[in-house]
Design a binder for this molecule. Sequence first.
Ligand code: C2O
Length: 552
Amino acid sequence: ACSIASADIVEHSFHVQNLTVRRLCHEQVITAVNGSLPGPTIVVREGDTLVVHVFNKSPYNLTIHWHGIFQILSGWADGPEYVTQCPILPGKSYTYRFTIIKQEGTLWWHAHVQWLRATVYGALIIRPRAGRSYPFPKPHKEFPILLGEYWNANVIDVENQGLATGSAPNISDAFTINGRPGDLYPCSHKHIHKIKVVHGKTYLLRIINAALNNELFFKIANHKMTVVAMDASYTDPYVTDVVVIAPGQTTDVLLTADQSPGSYYMAAHPYASASPTVQFDNTTTTGVVVYEGATTSASPKMPILPAFNDTPTAHKFFSNVTGLVTAPHWIPVPLHVDEHMFVTEGVNLVPCGGNATCQGLNGQRFAASMNNASFQFPTKLSMLQAFFNGVSGIYTTDFPDRPPVVFDYTNTNLSTNASLLFTSKSIKVKKLKYNSTVEIVFQNTALIAVENHPIHLHGFNFHVLAQGFGNYHPVNDRKKFNLVNPQLRNTIGMPVGGWAVIRFHANNPGVWLMHCHLDVHLSWGLATAFVVEDGPTPNSILPPPPPDLPKC
Ligand code: C2O
């Protein structure tokens, strides 16, 4: 009873508008929240209600997504454009209101409209309820570390240009730590994030990958880190000298200042496993860990980051961490499965159309798909409004519309896969009964190139039962399932050219997007959604939308 009495209402206002920033020797007008990049850090306790008034003073349509929040019976606040709401038009406002139950740790918020999240994002930190503590020694201090990706251009223009020509959009010009590129970039000597530590003390770093299109390696010179949570789920302590983090993911680490007082770079650069033909931003962002009392003149020590294509290091990190089953809010693995799904993801093509030539592969247009369906966002009504009001014609419930195609997913020879190479646009979703348990076998395909696909599920955490390379084997690979203490995540960095198996419990009615968290792949259609029906009891029915839900 006393923990309920201690729950608070935490209220924020987000003023979203143009901001002129100077980065990389250029002035650029960006869209930012409350005049800062990244935007404000929100801190709540588990059990609190968060109320955020969003005022859209930008020239773009806008929504905000609370990445990783369960949104129990509050699906109207989830945020993806045309999935749970129509956008907040320029000059309009919307209040997001939801209670944060049964989850704690590091999450984040970001715009969920086109590529706007490049500059519209921030940390969302959920502390334990009053009187409760972390399942690890209390850190001396906490630091949010937001890894971002930056363009010397208007990101909406970058995206639209790619979509107009069917080509791959321009790669970014820098990565950032808390909005700052760090001193390896031109004109950035002072644009570097610093954290101050005291020798002998331990700190909690809440690392968030807010980059648009790159998984990242993160290291701190001379220091080991102990992973204690991922995606706001506690893990068994895991000691490592490198963190691998996909867009959408968070990783909480303990850092003990146990080296000789001095300054040490933290640094991040891409884990880009794709075939060498796929271009990526190969630059490195830095920040500095400075010990109190260190001489300021000595230059910081630099860590050696893994090679861009170091898949063994990435796989070791992604697959070796286990969930902390004794932690508060641990969810046991569902042992009974109602829905078995096999979902492929990959990059493909759609015809350019007419006699025109596009700048994608073979004069066609790049696309991406799940089970060869390339997801297109609706434009007239949100899927959740269609679901709630029984409006037909917005989406179809035939995902996946065909049995899994059996072929060698690791074969990049285009001609043998010609029928799979081309896809078409649609809005296919999977309908789920309330409380059903779902197992998904994800299989990466290699139709054009082998690429990273961090797959994010809205509304739920899922268990990662097993993962591996090559083609999933339905008999042998089942034996590898961890049904005891697997990771609980909202985003999985799929093994490149491999497979992964997840399970989740669909215990929340609403419409929940599932997509690749590389924005380039999302804008090409690498997505689908789950429509979870209402349950039988009053507390399993989605309430009506808030009165200020943006009009369509
Ligand atoms: Cu972090 Cu659908 O997004």
